[in-house]
Design a protein around this ligand. Structure first.
Ligand code: 26M
Length: 822
């Protein structure tokens, strides 16, 4: 009927209201008088989901066309953050939905805020994967994110008596309106057992894998909307379940308990995300998780290839598979096994397809974070894959021998097997050999990779190496999280910049416009006041929105040096105690971040922050100018509040250790200035915003290396720097721990006797730089000017640019606009 809108797709206000209450009634099974906020949230989520389904199905449909090239992003983590608000932005229906919800007597923000965020990642690497999915869809590149549907994501953090306590993350407790299970596309995954050589009917030598057990992978699909386009890509996460055949055999033997137990064991594979970032241990379940999602995803890719009417010879023409760090790198062996053992391709042919299909991104230079699996563990779980890896290694090392005759040392470095002590499989080496492209995540990081951890690979195959500097999506990190700044920018330069972030440069001239500076400052001030309210509600600490908001939010790790920030705070405290009339701008120090549960030093850093806060915040001599806040449970949702309110962004890792950083970009986009070392993407951020708009301190990577090789002695800094000594002594004396001198001893002793991240060497430079920050902040007109210029010059750090780089240099993937009949 003309003029009548479909309730599932219509965008008229009355239609939206009707659809919303229909979903509340028919999907949630609630009448308004009995409905909770969660019920309303669910009804709205379904209302929004209805409005993207046509585009989702149209996008899925074009994937089956043989000529359409698909990017598969293989990642053990996708730290998506809440979907509702993001989908409202991307579908461009925020305004009508807000009106419909408000006319229904409800508050849209309240419904958006109640969503449990899917925290299926630890930090940077998982969040990067989420930003990349947003940009792939927004650039209309057909893509599938492949990962694990963890039942429990990253733990929730509570702070009890100043210490971190971990709480399980039951993100699925009210159900997940954004996912669709596709049990008809389940696949079988095998583990353990043994291998058996045999001769096939053509008389060829082959190997059969007789597995010890099987689990099923059930795909759960989540739509990934692009911004203002028809493309809706898919995030396909795999859940592990027991196969039914298991029940039958066990039940027939009357072993009911055994059958149920097998089910439980199978399902543990996708039960929980390992809460470590950077550091690893050899946990069998972790390897099972990695193989599980890789095998599920590769089988899915192969099915799609064959269903599109292609043969496996051209797999690399239809698919480009990106490995997000080494976590999915068993894909090299699994793709070989599928092609050679199951689809009967010749080894050399299969190898050619494998290496042309796969590419590898490295995310870390920390040597202890490079993944290794003991040969015995690997062989017991994946006996056939271990044989394949030995075969790949033997052929690879033969080539290396030809190239470097007699160079046994080099052979030992390049080998996929670490022969020292307990033999182990080096996953980074496997990923390098099995990929056609290897990239780091910032210019400096990519250079250091070539010079250090992957140096021998670089010499052997330099053509594989490239850099793709990370980026973040301005849709979530500006439009969604900072609507006021977004509206101000729109008023000045019009719209269109959210998809062409370089156009923010048009704001440069506004930095010289006093009226615009005033508006910019007012926006920032309002958002700071909001955050101050939030802090008061969550922690009971009152903070003054007219002080400098100095923020460090990221995983707690010694290399990120949150404790260097604390040394600065104690320095200011010490100064103010000595000279209460000291002239300085008031500062609010805000920290947030989770520590890996087994990482004692990181947990003690949290305790140090909260303890210093307890003393400083209560001390009337200083608390008008200093406040210290640790905000519990830093996650994507909280990030969306905090980046817009920041004025100073702390990016203070020891040079050469932070691969890129992405929080640094989110801060700067929202007009915060950076205090940072020349590390990761800080280098490029400084290049873009200009040295005069960036607070640089600390040693450069070369200086770090030189100091280390000449023999670093932290104690010499302690003895030669009076303030540093006073600050360290104050902490050691028990001043912040009710007289307890033991509490922080592990931290203090570590700094004085080892200091692996060289805080003491960078201390004075950091404090001097912070003093410059203080002076700059007090010239408030110029500070606002620098703030505007920071935001204006962030174009490079849109994840759209990163994805365009990947698409051109690694994937050869193009945009495929999706047509929808009106
Ligand atoms: C490994 C084994 C067992 C359990 C967990 C892990 C593991 C999980 C995540 C190891 C590393 C993990 O992530 C590393 C990471 O987040 N790296 C960061 O990647 C960002 C995106 O490229 C960069 O911006 C950061 O600099 C880098 O630290």
């Amino acid at each position: 009927t003309p003029g009548v809108e479909d309730d599932r797709t219509g965008l008229g206000i009355e239609t939206l209201k009707r659809a919303f209450f229909d979903n509340l009634y028919y999907v949630q099974g609630k009448l308004p008088n009995r409905a909770s906020t969660v019920d309303y949230y669910m009804a709205l989520a379904y209302t929004v989901r209805d409005r993207l389904l046509q585009r989702w199905l149209a996008t899925e449909d074009i994937l089956t066309r043989p000529e359409v090239r698909i990017v598969g992003y293989l990642s053990a983590e996708f730290l998506m953050g809440p979907h509702l608000g993001n989908n409202l932005i991307n579908l461009d229906i925020y305004a009508p939905v807000k009106q419909a919800i408000e006319e229904s007597g409800l508050n849209l923000q309240e419904l958006i805020d109640i969503e449990e965020e899917p925290g299926l990642g630890n930090g940077g690497l998982g969040r990067l994967a989420a930003c990349y999915l947003d940009s792939l869809a927004s650039l209309q590149i057909p893509a599938i994110g492949y990962g694990i549907r963890y039942e429990f994501g990253i733990f929730d953090q509570e702070i009890v008596d100043g210490w971190q306590v971990e709480i399980t993350d039951k993100w699925l407790k009210y159900g997940n309106p954004w996912e669709v299970a596709r049990p008809e596309e389940a696949v079988e995954i095998k583990f353990g057992g043994y291998t058996q050589p045999y001769t096939d009917d053509q008389g060829r030598y082959r190997v059969r894998w007789v597995p010890g057990s099987t689990v099923m992978g059930i795909p759960y699909d989540t739509p990934i909307t692009g911004y203002n386009v028809n493309t809706v890509n898919t995030l396909r996460l795999w859940k592990a379940e027991a196969p039914e055949s298991f029940d039958f055999t066990a039940f027939n033997q009357g072993d009911y308990w055994g059958a149920v137990n097998d089910k439980v064991v199978s399902e543990t594979i996708s039960k929980v995300l390992y809460p470590n970032d950077e550091q690893i241990q050899g946990k069998q379940l972790r390897l099972q998780q990695q193989f599980f999602f890789v095998s599920c995803s590769l089988q899915d890719v192969i099915r799609r290839q064959l269903e599109s009417g292609r043969t496996l010879d051209t797999l690399h023409e239809k698919f480009s598979l990106q490995m997000n760090d080494t976590h999915p790198s068993v894909a090299v062996a699994e793709l070989m096994r599928l092609l050679v053992d199951e689809h009967m391709l010749e080894w050399d042919h299969a190898w050619d397809i494998t290496t042309r299909t796969l590419a590898y991104t490295n995310h870390t230079l920390l040597p202890e974070a490079l993944e290794k699996w003991s040969v015995s563990l690997f062989g017991s779980l994946l006996p056939r894959h271990l044989e394949i890896i030995f075969e790949i290694n033997s052929r690879f090392l033969d080539q290396v021998r030809l190239r470097y005759p007699g160079d046994e040392a080099r052979l030992g470095q390049l080998s996929l097997i670490d022969e020292g002590g307990d033999r182990s499989v080096r996953m980074a080496n496997l990923a390098c050999v099995g990929s056609h492209a290897i990239n780091g995540v910032a210019a400096l990081h990519s250079e250091l990779l070539k010079k250090t951890v992957l140096h021998d690979f670089y010499e052997l195959m330099p053509e594989k190496f490239c850099n793709v500097t990370n980026g973040v999506t301005p849709r979530r990190w500006l439009a969604l999280s900072n609507p006021r700044l977004t509206a101000l920018i729109d008023r000045r330069i019009g719209n269109g910049w959210l998809t062409h972030l370089d156009r923010l440069r048009e704001l440069e001239s506004a930095a010289d416009d006093a009226g615009f500076r005033h508006e910019w400052r007012m926006v920032k001030r309002d958002i700071k006041a909001d955050l101050a309210d939030h802090i008061a509600n969550r922690t009971g600490i009152s903070v003054n929105p007219d002080t400098l908001f100095d923020i460090q939010v990221k995983r707690i790790h010694e290399y990120k040096r949150q404790h260097l920030n604390v040394l600065h705070i104690v320095t200011l405290y010490h100064r103010l105690k000595q000279n209460p009339n000291q002239d300085m701008a008031g500062r609010t120090f805000i920290f947030g971040g989770k520590a890996a549960p087994g990482y004692d030093m990181a947990k003690r850093i949290i305790k140090l922050i909260t303890s210093v806060g307890d003393v400083v915040n209560k001390d009337p001599d200083v608390s008008d100018r200093l406040r210290v806040v640790f905000l519990p449970d830093y996650n994507v949702t909280f990030g969306q509040r905090v980046y817009p309110a920041a004025e100073l962004s702390e990016q203070i890792s020891l040079a050469g250790l932070e691969a890129s950083g992405t929080g640094n970009m989110k801060f700067s986009m929202n007009g915060a200035l950076t205090i940072g070392t020349l590390d990761g993407a800080n280098v490029e951020i400084r290049e873009e915003v200009g040295a005069e708009n960036f607070f640089l301190f600390g040693m450069k990577t070369e200086e770090v290396t030189a100091l280390r090789s000449q023999g670093y002695n932290p104690m010499s800094y302690y003895h030669s720097n009076e303030t540093l000594k006073a600050v360290i002594d104050l902490i050691a004396s028990g001043h912040f721990s009710h007289g307890d001198r033991e509490l922080f001893r592990p931290l203090i002793d570590n700094l004085l006797y080892h200091d692996p991240y060289m805080l003491l060497a960078d201390y004075q430079s950091y404090v001097d730089c912070q003093d410059q920050v203080d002076r700059a902040y007090r010239d408030s007109e110029n500070w606002v000017r620098m703030s505007i210029l920071n935001a204006a010059r962030m174009g490079k750090f849109s994840s759209d640019r990163s994805i365009q780089d990947y698409a051109q240099t690694i994937w050869q993937a193009d945009a495929v606009p999706i047509e929808i009949e009106a």
